[in-house]
Write a protein that binds this ligand. Structure first.
Ligand code: ATP
Ligand code: MG
Length: 576
């Protein structure tokens, strides 16, 4: 391809709205242009990379026995009502109405559509296990679309759905997808790890997220260097801790202090000159008609999924302000643990273990207490792990401190069980001829997000450094002086020879200055570069360099295609 015809609109300036390097580089390198908030045109360079990632996905999934199909983007509302997700999915679901006033969703995920297909088409255990996948545009009306294609409202996803006759078979299929995902991300040149994760509204029990390690990632991963435990921060657990006060701790008397109008930990911390970790946050939740008080250190957050599991309820709800006033006798913001009425179950998070001389709400409007001691002023009914784990918490498996790193979630796989097959009456006939609901799994992978993540991990201050396996082109030929007939002729010959050798080649045929061609070549980051200059042509050589290691070597023009093929072919499978 000739640059002059390739529609690669590079920019010198950073776009104002781009917060992360991948977004900045994708716009500057002419990969991406916005059409609306979180909605983009994928320009030719990006599309070429998308097609390569898609091909890698296809090869690995076909190899593990999944089959590709293409369901619609437009989903009839009735199907989403069958699973209750028409309401549960909320404003994230983009909805449209047709001329007959019938409602549709623009698919954000395809459990309903695919389960509906399979319940109609698959009758017998003999047809199982069956795994289907698609690569298609998804719509999600994200609250905060940002970071370019990393969190868009319209994006490309590979999603797959598996149907198995029983749990053992389903777990086996899940493992095959897990392994295929590892192969895909390895081939895309990503440094990633699979971590235990929270299922969220999709449901099911066992699930893993694939996290690409990157400082700008929106997700936090907690991992243990000692035993290898790793989990998304929403999911990560921590080991139990004893409530043992430090030697020499001198308890003070409980004192009530005035804190007029100061309802948050930060406000009261400022007023009293104490750090947030010296506070007890007391939060009231409703679970099955009971009110539960959860105590957590002032600088920590409650993890509602953990709390739900502890209380064995699907969803925990914060108590309403009216309920808080009724239970504590004070306005919201002044709840404390020490004078709660009997019958309120008190759960203390391990983050408070070993802490004394605490500040808490006084259960009186505009008042807090200081000098609170757990064990003296309040006896929790139980200690539990109900906060969001953070760096330094003890590993649930071995007790060593967990380390927090940032990650970009590029894939998420779930064992769904029979949640969707039961809700939608999707059954097959087993060997005895009885109807049995399918055991299902679902497997998402963000194609466009993978590319953004690859750029987060592969760039320098001059631009993108594409891994060969997903690069839009493999070779860029740069004639430095378009006024020299000899230079142009040599460049054209190399371009032809590379194409004949099946190397994907871009020829920068623009009349621009050498400096600006080099800057653009660095920016778009094609892995191999051939520079054709006046002097070299006189001497019968050109310069060949990789984008990753800038040191060029000189090669005779008629050797270039061979020289590059030897280096590029092995890297196409992800070994550069
Ligand atoms: P997140 O937690 O980032 O919102 P999710 O849990 O909603 O993602 P899934 O439903 O598991 O995502 O979707 C599967 C994959 O699709 C994700 O792992 C991610 O790679 C990709 N993806 C999800 N939402 C977006 C989005 N708004 N823009 C781009 N890719 C996305
Ligand atoms: Mg997810």
């Amino acid at each position: 391809m000739r640059w002059s015809r390739a529609l690669i609109p590079t920019l010198k300036e950073d776009p104002a709205d781009a917060e992360v390097v991948s977004h900045r580089l994708m716009v500057r390198a002419g990969l991406l242009r916005p059409a609306a908030r979180g909605v983009y045109t994928y320009l030719p360079l990006l599309l070429r990379s998308i097609l390569k990632v898609s091909q890698i996905i296809r090869e690995e999934l076909d190899r593990m026995g999944a089959v590709e199909l293409l369901p619609p983007i437009l989903h009839p509302a009735e199907l989403w009502k069958e699973t209750g997700r028409w309401d549960l999915y909320g404003p994230l679901l983009m909805r449209v109405t047709d001329r007959h006033e019938r409602g549709y969703a623009l698919g954000p995920t395809h459990e309903e559509i695919v389960t509906d297909l399979i319940r109609r088409e698959v009758r017998s255990y003999r047809q199982l296990p069956l795994s289907v996948y698609q690569i298609q545009t998804k719509f999600r009306d994200e609250i905060r679309p940002r970071f370019g294609v990393m969190r868009a409202r319209e994006f490309l996803m590979k999603d797959a759905y598996s149907f198995d006759p029983d749990e053992v078979s389903m777990a086996n299929t899940y493992q095959k997808f897990h392994d295929a995902y590892c192969a895909i991300f390895d081939r895309c040149g990503l440094a990633y790890r699979a971590v235990e994760a929270e299922a969220g509204e999709i449901g099911g029990t066992v699930n893993h997220e694939f996290m690409v390690l990157a400082g700008t990632g929106e997700s936090a991963v907690l991992s243990c260097g000692a035993c290898g435990y790793a989990a998304a921060s929403e999911r990560a657990e921590s080991a139990p801790r004893e409530h043992q006060l430090p030697d020499g701790h001198q308890p003070k008397p409980l004192e009530v202090v005035d804190t007029p109008g100061q309802t948050t930990v930060d406000e009261v911390a400022q007023l009293l000159g104490k750090p947030a970790e010296a506070f007890v946050k007391t939060l009231l939740f409703e679970a099955d008609d009971n009110t539960v008080a959860v105590l957590v250190r002032g600088d920590r957050e409650i993890n509602e999924a953990k709390l739900g599991r502890l209380l064995a309820v699907e969803r925990v709800e914060m108590a309403t302000p009216e309920r808080v006033v009724k239970v504590t006798g004070a306005e919201v913001g002044f709840a404390g643990p020490h004078t709660l009425p009997d019958g309120i179950r008190i759960i203390a998070d391990y983050s408070l273990a070993g802490r004394g001389d605490l500040v808490a709400g006084a259960n009186q409007t505009d008042r807090h207490v200081t000098g609170l001691e757990i064990g003296r002023d309040v006896e929790p009914h139980e200690w539990a792990d109900v906060s969001v784990a953070i760096d330094g918490d003890p590993c649930p498996q071995c007790g060593q401190p967990l380390k927090e790193t940032r990650g970009i979630e590029v894939g998420h796989i779930f064992q769904l069980g029979t949640k969707y097959s039961v809700a939608m009456g999707a059954t097959f006939l087993d060997e005895s001829g009885s109807p049995v609901p399918f055991e299902m799994g679902c497997y998402g992978l963000g194609v466009t997000r993978v590319i953004a993540a690859a750029i987060e991990q592969n760039h320098d201050d001059r631009g993108i450094i594409w891994p060969v396996a997903i690069a839009p082109y493999e070779v860029e030929v740069i004639p430095l002086n378009m006024d020299s007939e000899a230079v142009v002729k040599t460049a054209e010959q190399i371009y032809e020879a590379c194409q004949a050798a099946h190397l994907e080649t871009l020829l920068d045929d623009r009349p621009d200055r050498a400096g600006s061609k080099f800057a653009d070549a660095d920016l778009i980051g094609i892995p191999w570069r051939v520079v054709v200059g006046d002097r070299g042509v006189e001497e019968g050589v050109v310069e060949v360099a990789s984008r990753r290691e800038a040191e060029p070597v000189t090669v005779a023009p008629n050797e270039v295609a061979n020289h590059l093929r030897e280096r590029i072919e092995p890297a196409r499978h992800g070994s550069d």
